[in-house]
Design a protein around this ligand. Structure first.
Ligand code: CTP
Ligand code: CA
Length: 225
């Protein structure tokens, strides 16, 4: 007799995950970015696939391998990430774990490297990037049933997360405290709080990013059921 088959609570569901940073080019060799290894987002995509979902992972530049059983779309900038996300819809569940750069250089990067000319750095004017999570959460038609955001905060974690839910229109925020630099960002463990639209908070003990991903996917499958 074989082992029992693994539970597949997301069988028949379509899931979209964003992961990693975005890079916003200043010129062909320089860019603006957020810190992100992609580990948590990739682990969520893998967990959703194991749970039976058809998963599209839209990933910024990362150095970790593609998760198994997942369709991976690689992008560089926030605007490319938004386009790839829109192309992956419709889905039942969308999880926005990417650390999207909030700003990009206002002037489109050229093909020529900017040279130091001895007169000091030129000022770098910035433009705001589209908010991918808010764009999807506020879709009038075809909105995913469940839209989940992440929040990396260094202080007042719950307060900021509640404000983000209200501002972006998502259903749930997974908040982590990144004040212990190096412990979470780039690390293999995570301690998260789940905050919903009613302000209810569930705090999970520190665990490996794979364990957090599996628990999150099980939790979200329960909400969809
Ligand atoms: N996000 C996004 N597109 C952006 C910025 C953020 O999709 N341009 C998503 C992130 O993937 C995350 C959530 O929004 O799921 C919260 O990101 P965060 O950086 O914490 O929030 P911001 O609204 O950018 O606020 P701030 O950086 O000022 O805290
Ligand atoms: Ca941000």
């Amino acid at each position: 007799a074989g082992r029992d088959a693994a539970p597949r609570p997301l069988a028949g569901r379509r899931v979209l995950v964003t992961s990693g940073p975005t890079h916003e080019p200043i010129d062909p060799v320089r860019y603006i970015a957020n810190r992100s290894s992609g580990r948590q987002g990739h682990a969520i995509a893998a967990a959703a696939a194991r749970a039976g979902a058809a998963v599209t992972l839209v990933s910024g530049p990362v150095s970790i391998p593609d998760p198994e059983g997942v369709t991976v779309v690689r992008v560089e900038t926030a605007r490319e990430m938004l386009a790839a996300v829109e192309a992956a819809l419709p889905v039942d569940l969308a999880i926005f774990a990417a650390a999207v750069a909030d700003w990009r250089p206002e002037v489109e990067a050229g093909t020529k490297k900017i040279k130091k000319d001895g007169s000091g750095p030129a000022p770098l004017a910035l433009a705001e990037n589209p908010d991918i999570l808010a764009t999807v959460a506020r879709m009038a038609a075809g909105r995913p049933r469940l839209v989940v955001g992440f929040a990396a905060e260094t202080d007042s974690v719950l307060e900021h997360a509640r404000a983000k839910i209200a501002r972006k229109g998502c259903d749930l925020i997974v908040a982590n405290d990144v004040s212990a630099a190096g412990a979470v960002m780039g690390g293999t463990e995570n301690a998260v709080h789940l905050i919903d639209r009613d302000g209810a908070v569930e705090s999970w003990p520190r665990a490996g990013k794979d364990a957090v991903a599996a628990r999150l996917v099980a939790h979200l499958a329960g909400l969809l059921a």
